[in-house]
Design a protein around this ligand. Structure first.
Ligand code: ADP
Ligand code: MG
Length: 233
């Protein structure tokens, strides 16, 4: 494996995804994409254009029908399911549109539970959960149940949960999709901070306000990714 800063975090070479059925659907046409360490990439496109399919591939939640996906220089094609899970757990944090928090667990417990697959003693897990919640500005709501939190606060708990295993890559699928504009801004501010701290972000959204935050923007339409040519980079 390579930790060389020049090795792209993500490198797709001709990656495609089709689904069988009547008729078959090519959700992602052969795609090349390289994302460097520390980049903030947005992917925007209309509903049904292939955004979530792409994110699931990037997150090792799904496997390509064709092409090659290297994550941190590791060719993911030959990996077993178990290796893929391990790699995912170590390198990738996810933030989804619906927060997927456990309703009867506190904010701290929700974040702490994301570490159950790691060989970390329970007190250390609790400490790491509190630290992650501090990072997203929720140090004062550790004991709150999700139902008592606003939408924006819930999404910040989900971000803390995505961060607690210290992933280098954060993948977000419509992170503000269920939020009003004030909460959206607060969540996007947190993502900006995480980017400033050196994390690599891929944020998928159909909301132009989300794409506007990213340093690099690509669009997807009918499963075809395109990137505007930039004058200076
Ligand atoms: P969005 O850009 O809204 O996130 P998706 O990536 O979810 O769109 O879907 C892209 C296309 O792929 C759509 O036409 C969708 O119906 C199709 N698709 C996604 N997942 C599957 C699946 N498991 N089986 C069949 N078709 C799928
Ligand atoms: Mg989607």
């Amino acid at each position: 494996m390579s930790t060389d800063a020049r090795t792209p975090v993500i490198r797709l070479t001709g990656v495609s995804r089709s689904f069988g059925g009547e008729p078959p659907v090519t959700a992602l046409h052969p795609t090349d994409l390289s994302v460097r360490q520390g980049e903030y990439l947005s992917v925007s496109g209309p509903s049904g254009s292939g955004k979530s399919v792409l994110l699931h591939l990037l997150g090792l939640l799904d496997a390509p029908s064709g092409g090659r996906y290297e994550l941190d220089g590791i060719d993911t094609g030959p990996l077993t399911d178990r290796d893929r899970s391990t790699l995912r757990g170590r390198r990738i944090g996810f933030v989804f549109q619906s927060f997927h928090l456990l309703p009867h667990r506190t904010a701290e417990e929700n974040v702490a539970l994301a570490q159950v697959y790691r060989q970390v003693p329970r007190p250390r897990r609790a400490e790491a959960a509190r630290e992650a919640l501090r990072l997203v500005g929720l140090a004062h709501r550790l004991d709150a149940l999700p139902t008592t939190l606003s939408g924006g606060e819930r999404q910040r708990v989900a971000i803390a949960r995505a961060l607690v295993n210290r992933p280098g890559l954060l993948l977000c699928d419509e992170p503000t999709g269920n939020l009003g504009s004030d909460d959206s801004e607060a969540v996007l501010d947190r993502l900006d901070e995480l980017h400033a701290q050196g994390r690599t972000l891929v944020v998928i959204s159909h909301d132009p306000a989300v794409a506007a935050r990213a340093g690099r923007r690509v669009t997807i339409r009918d499963g075809v990714l395109s990137e505007p040519t930039e004058v200076a980079r």
